[in-house]
Design a protein around this ligand. Structure first.
Ligand code: DMJ
Length: 744
């Protein structure tokens, strides 16, 4: 079990698979204990690990056409974690375990069992075992192996064992249990925002049983086999070249790290446009806006009182809430709230936050983080704090974090990993994602931040990384013009053909549109990709219910699931914001489409008891805009519906959007506000409060900010000057972006 325990300790899951599975191994260390870099294909890493410079690659034992790798007991030497049985140094040779394969000369039973079992047969060598004894031993040994494999695959709890041992055993990174509230799962798991990019049927869903887990295991296994085969087809020179390339990349990143601390280039700070924050002329609107600021004060003060410096607040337990999304990075609420504090004029609080960041915000954490979440909340929060305040500390921290995220791009295709250990630079994907794929909404939601990182650091590397993603996407065929949610970073090919404008897909589309807008409308490629995608979405996903509600369904290999997520509701604002760039004849259409989505999402709120919407609602089985499954009835203080109201208000000034936004304020106050802050709810259809006890950082970053903007004049953060990232962090439009970035 020692090796399995090693698999618990933050090693790449492929390492652990390597211990038990036929090929596809990816030892996390090479000789000398140097960690291998993320992005090296699993099989390739195995070959490298075994090579140890001049050593021949370990040869697997071939049995019945399939290669078998065995666990070594506690083999010393470079492969300290897991070791293929046939390694040449420091490992117990296969023959040492299999008497019939042993040669009298050693390395077989004589040196293995013979030396050990032979304790009672002093002086006896290999020949001391008779053929029958050998046969019996072989039988016992094979029975043992069969038993082990049988237990792993077929015992009722084997899925746990496998996901813990083979993939990764850090419980924090196990798939969330968001669909389980009714079954005793913690709603805060769901509430951690991890749910955002997941879909039903993933592990943790009560509907996803052992079968699903085993299917996923098989899928992962097959992928490992595929990768191993690919590597085996490579010539040794190619492998060597890949190693060198990989090493160069790592060295470059290290240099960049050092350079950064020698100082960032001087950047002229342009005073931000539209941050004056004038009081609205209308007294009622002024009052409402003041109320929203009071809500922010309540949320912030309680976080400060009970969870200061931790990631989020548990408003019922009155203590900190740590989310695995951020590894050991701390202070998510502080960083996420910075710009909301700024625009609301909460200067003292902004200064407190700044001092904490200066002293304590540390990215050198030895834990895995979600690249996407850290990017949108931390990089995004720091960038906008810099652009609003001009304080250098925020620029420095943003670029420092950007550099730390770069190893996530060390994959054969350049499509980044979802998860990254920021200390070791080792990355991997969510174990539940189709065939080891990266997620469209995750790798597709880096563009805005990375373009700004290049702008502020003078280093084009960030922009290059995200442009590479685009190149890969543009080369691929899209089924019916749609972008599947899964893309394999090793092969650069799509995974399952599932398409969604909600979880797993959403902000990819948002970032195409905003990339175009943020480039001062010079990034025409992004514009084209956006409008092409929207056209395919309209044709294949957008439907109208018999009650006249327009909704966006999900697409699974050509079949529609008539369900819309709360997350999908952001799309109303997106369609309206994009209207401007559409051909004239279509502009009005997109504005109307935005309005229709806003109405549908408002209905999803209105049809609940608490007047806040569920996580997902359906248009089938005789219902419209209502959650029918218990595990879709929760509300975790999400912003998407209010975000759409904000864009619709700014773009149409139809007063109904302020009315709807105010309804949401009242509902939040009546049902989510508690002494210790604001809490999400487990069920929006019941009168009894069913608190999930999490005050999400995005409640301060997004929900309250969008509400505040709805009751402010349009000249507070005007849309002609600012682009909101997907976490509502405002970035200025990069005027003359081309000159500035290309000119370096
Ligand atoms: C936020 O972290 C961001 O808005 C993200 O893009 C989607 N989900 C959450 C809030 O629901």
């Amino acid at each position: 079990m020692e090796n399995l325990t090693n698999c618990d300790e933050g090693l790449q899951p492929a390492v652990c698979r390597a211990c038990l599975f036929a090929k596809g191994a990816a030892p996390a260390r090479i000789a000398g204990g140097e960690p291998l870099q993320a992005g090296r294909p699993a099989a390739q890493t195995r070959a490298l690990g075994g090579l140890d410079a001049q050593e021949p690659a370990p040869q697997p034992l071939t049995a019945g056409g399939s290669e078998v790798w065995l666990l070594s007991g506690s083999a010393p030497g470079p492969w300290t974690d897991c070791q293929p049985a046939a390694t040449t140094s420091g490992a117990m040779p296969v023959g040492g375990l299999l008497p019939l394969f042993s040669s009298p000369g050693g390395g077989g039973l004589g040196s293995g069992l013979g030396g050990g079992l032979g304790g009672g047969r002093k002086g006896s060598g290999p020949a001391a075992f008779r053929l029958t004894e050998k046969f019996v031993l072989l039988l016992v040994f094979s029975a043992f192996i069969t038993l082990c494999f049988g237990a792993i695959f077929f015992l009722p709890d084997s899925s746990k064992l496998l996901s813990g041992v083979l993939f990764h055993s850090n419980p924090a990174l196990q798939p969330p249990a968001e669909h389980k509230p009714g079954l005793g799962a913690r709603a805060e798991d769901a509430a951690e925002g991890r749910v955002r990019h997941r879909e039903e049927g993933a592990p943790g869903d009560p509907g996803a049983g052992l079968e699903d887990n085993l299917a996923r295991i098989r899928e992962n296994h097959e992928r490992a086999l595929r990768e191993a085969k690919e590597t085996l087809q490579k010539l040794p020179e190619e492998i060597q070249r890949d190693i060198l390339l990989e090493k160069e990349k790592v060295a470059q990143d290290q240099l960049r790290d050092k350079d950064l601390f020698r100082g960032l280039p001087k950047v002229d700070f342009l005073p931000p446009v539209g941050v004056e924050n004038r009081e609205p002329a209308d007294a009622t609107i002024r009052e409402k806006r003041a109320k929203i600021k009071e809500m922010m004060t309540h949320a912030w003060n309680n976080y400060k009182r009970y969870a200061w410096g931790l990631n989020e607040l548990k408003p019922i337990s009155k203590e900190g809430h740590s989310s695995s999304l951020f590894g050991n990075i701390k202070g998510a609420t502080i960083v996420d709230a910075l710009d909301t504090l700024f625009i609301m004029g909460m200067k003292t609080e902004f200064q407190e936050a700044k001092s904490w960041i200066k002293k304590y915000l540390d990215f050198n954490v030895n834990a895995e983080v979600s690249v996407f979440e850290v990017n949108i909340r931390f990089v995004g929060g720091l960038l906008s704090a810099y652009y609003l305040s001009g304080e250098e500390i925020f620029r420095k921290k943003a670029v420092e974090l950007g550099v730390k995220l770069l190893p996530a791009f060390h994959t054969p295709s350049g499509i980044p990993w979802a998860l990254l250990n920021m200390k070791s630079g080792i990355g991997r994907n969510w174990p539940w994602a189709s065939g080891g794929s990266s997620i469209l909404a995750e790798f597709g939601t880096l563009h805005l931040e990375f373009m700004h990182l290049s702008h502020l650091s003078g280093d084009p590397v960030f922009a290059e990384k995200v442009m590479k993603i685009r190149t890969v996407l543009n080369k691929l065929d899209k089924p019916e013009g749609l972008y599947p949610n899964y893309l394999n970073p090793s092969s650069g090919q799509w995974g399952q053909h599932h398409v969604s404008v909600g979880g797993l897909g959403d902000s990819f589309y948002e970032y195409l549109l905003k990339a175009w807008l943020m480039s001062d409308k010079t990034d025409l490629e992004a514009k084209k990709m956006y409008f092409d995608a929207v056209q395919a979405i309209e044709t294949h996903l957008i439907r109208k219910s018999s009650g006249g509600l327009t909704y966006i369904a999900e697409w699974k290999g050509g079949l529609l699931e008539h369900k819309m997520g709360h997350l999908t509701c952001f799309a109303g604002g997106m369609f309206a914001l994009g209207a401007d760039g559409a051909p004239e004849a279509r502009a009005q259409h997109y504005l109307e489409l935005g309005a229709e989505i806003a109405r549908t999402c408002h209905e999803s709120y209105n049809r609940t008891y608490v007047k806040l919407g569920p996580e997902a609602f359906r248009f089938d089985g005789g219902v419209e805009a209502i959650a029918t499954r218990q595990n879709e009835k929760y509300y975790i203080l999400r912003p998407e519906v209010i975000e759409t109201y904000m864009y619709m208000w700014r773009l149409t000034h139809d007063p109904k959007y302020r009315t709807w936004a105010w309804e949401a304020v009242e509902a939040l106050e009546s049902h989510c506000r508690v002494n210790g802050g604001y809490s999400g709810l487990r069920d929006v259809y019941i009168a009894r409060e069913s608190y999930d006890d999490v005050q999400q950082s995005f409640f301060l970053a997004e929900t309250l900010k969008y509400l505040y903007l709805i009751f402010s004049d349009d000249d507070l953060l005007p849309l002609e000057h600012w682009i909101f990232n997907t976490e509502a962090h405002p970035f200025p439009i990069l005027r003359e972006q081309k000159k500035e970035i290309d000119g370096k």
